[in-house]
Design a protein around this ligand. Structure first.
Ligand code: TYM
Length: 340
C-alpha cells in the first residue's frame, strides 16, 4: 500500500542542525522509498499559520516561508518527487482545524507539555493559537489522510493527540469505521533529539536566546567551527561506551551529532574517539559538519537569489495539495452534517 507521508516545519527563525538531523534528512530518504504502485507519496509543508502563534513580523513572513522551502530543496527534497506546499495556501488546513477545535476536549490540550514550556510563566499573555496549536497540527496531517509523519522526538506528544483526534472522529462520526487513518510517527536515526551546544539538558531550538547553542543551516564554515569549539563538554575524556557516557549529556550529544552526520552508530563513534581529548572529537566534528552542511548552505543561497523559481515550485505544490485536501474536507463536512 502506498504510504502517504506528511511533515512540516514552521517559518520561525532559521532552520538548525536539529531540524535537519531529526526530520529533514529522513524526509529525503522517504521520498525514494517504495516501488511502482507502492512508492511513497510525500507532502512537505511550510506551516506559516503556526508561525503567527508567537510574535512575528508580517513583512518578513513570506520571505521566511520561501527560505524554509529553499532549505527543504537544498537538503535534497526533490520537487519532482515530493509536493512542497505552504499551509496558508491550502484553506482546508484552517477549515478542518475549526472542526477539530470545536470537538476536541480541553483536557487533551491541557496535557500538552510544549505549551507549558513555550508559554512559561506568562501563560495569560500567550495566544489562544499557541494553546490550540497541536489541533492545527492534527488538521495538517488529517487534511491529507497522511499515514506516516517523520518528525523529531519533541513532536511525539503532538502526534499522539493527532491519533486521538482521528480515532475520536472515526468512533463518533463513522461508527468506528476508519475515515481518518491513525498517523504513524516516524522518529528514527541517531539524532532524533539534538541538544543545545551550551546545555545538554535543553534541546537545540530556533528560539533559544544564544545563537551559540545551535548550528544554523545558514552558518558559514568559520561560525560552525567556532560553535563546535566552544560547545560545552566536561573534564573527562570522550566516553568509550554507553556506560561511560551515562549522565554526560553534552558529551553524548556531540557523539550523536557526529554519528548522524557520518551515518554511523554512536557505538562506532565512541570506539573511534573513546579515551581521547574532546578537542580531537571537536576538530573532526567541525570538519564533518562543514563538509556535510556547506553544500546545503550554498544551494540555499543560490535558490534564495532566484525566488521566482521557489515561488513556481510552491505554486505547483499548493495546487497538488489543494487537489488532495479538498475532497477529504468535503467528505468531512458531509459526515459531520454540514451543507457540503
Ligand atoms: P518545528 O518547526 O519546531 O521543527 C521542525 C522539525 O524539526 C524537528 N526538531 C528536532 N529534531 C531533533 N532535535 C531537535 N533539537 C529538533 N528541533 C526540532 C521537529 O521534531 C520537527 O520534526 N509542530 C511542528 C511543525 C508541524 C508539523 C505539522 C510537523 C506543524 N504541523 C504536521 C509534522 C506534521 C514544529 O513546530 O516543528
Amino acid at each position: 500500500m502506498t504510504k502517504r507521508i506528511l511533515s512540516c516545519m514552521q517559518p520561525t527563525n532559521r532552520l538548525h542542525l536539529g531540524n535537519y538531523l531529526g526530520a529533514l534528512r529522513n524526509w529525503v530518504k522517504l521520498q525514494d522509498e517504495g516501488q511502482g504502485d507502492s512508492k511513497n507519496e510525500c507532502l512537505y509543508g511550510v506551516v506559516d499559520l503556526h508561525a503567527i502563534t508567537v510574535k512575528y513580523d508580517p513583512v518578513q513572513l513570506k520571505q521566511a516561508t520561501r527560505e524554509i522551502a529553499a532549505a527543504y530543496i537544498a537538503a535534497g527534497v526533490d520537487p519532482k518527487k515530493s509536493h512542497i506546499f505552504v499551509q496558508s495556501a491550502v484553506s482546508a488546513h484552517a477549515q478542518l482545524n475549526w472542526l477539530f477545535t470545536a470537538t476536541t476536549p480541553l483536557g487533551w490540550l491541557n496535557r500538552m507539555t510544549q505549551f507549558k514550556e513555550k508559554a512559561g510563566k506568562k501563560k495569560d499573555q500567550a495566544s489562544l493559537g499557541l494553546y490550540a496549536y497541536p489541533v492545527l497540527m492534527a488538521a495538517d496531517i488529517l487534511t491529507y489522510k497522511a499515514t506516516h509523519v517523520p518528525v523529531g522526538d519533541d513532536q511525539k506528544q503532538h502526534l499522539e493527540l493527532a491519533r486521538d483526534i482521528a480515532n475520536s472522529f472515526n468512533v463518533h462520526f463513522c461508527d468506528g469505521e476508519e475515515f481518518f487513518p491513525l498517523p504513524e510517527p516516524v522518529i528514527t536515526g541517531p539524532a532524533t533529539r539534538v541538544m543545545s551546544l551550551r546545555d545538554g539538558t535543553q534541546k537545540m531550538s530556533k528560539s533559544a536566546e544564544s545563537d551559540m547553542s545551535r548550528i544554523n543551516l545558514t552558518d558559514d564554515a568559520d561560525t560552525i567551527a567556532q560553535k563546535i569549539r566552544k560547545a560545552k563538554t566536561d573534564a573527562h575524556s570522550v566516553p568509550a561506551n554507553e556506560k561511560e557516557g551515562e549522565g554526560r549529556a553534552e558529551a553524548m550529544n556531540l557523539i550523536g551529532i557526529y554519528a548522524a552526520l557520518n551515518d554511523q552508530s554512536q557505538e562506532a563513534v565512541m570506539a573511534e574517539f573513546g579515551g581521547k581529548q574532546f578537542s580531537e572529537l571537536k576538530n573532526a566534528l567541525s570538519d564533518l559538519a562543514v563538509a556535510k552542511l556547506s553544500p546545503i548552505t550554498s544551494r540555499m543561497s543560490e535558490l534564495m537569489a532566484d525566488t521566482a523559481e521557489i515561488d513556481k515550485i510552491l505554486a505547483a505544490g499548493n495546487e497538488k495539495a489543494n487537489e488532495l485536501a479538498q475532497p477529504i474536507y468535503q467528505d468531512t463536512l458531509d459526515i459531520m452534517g454540514f451543507w457540503a
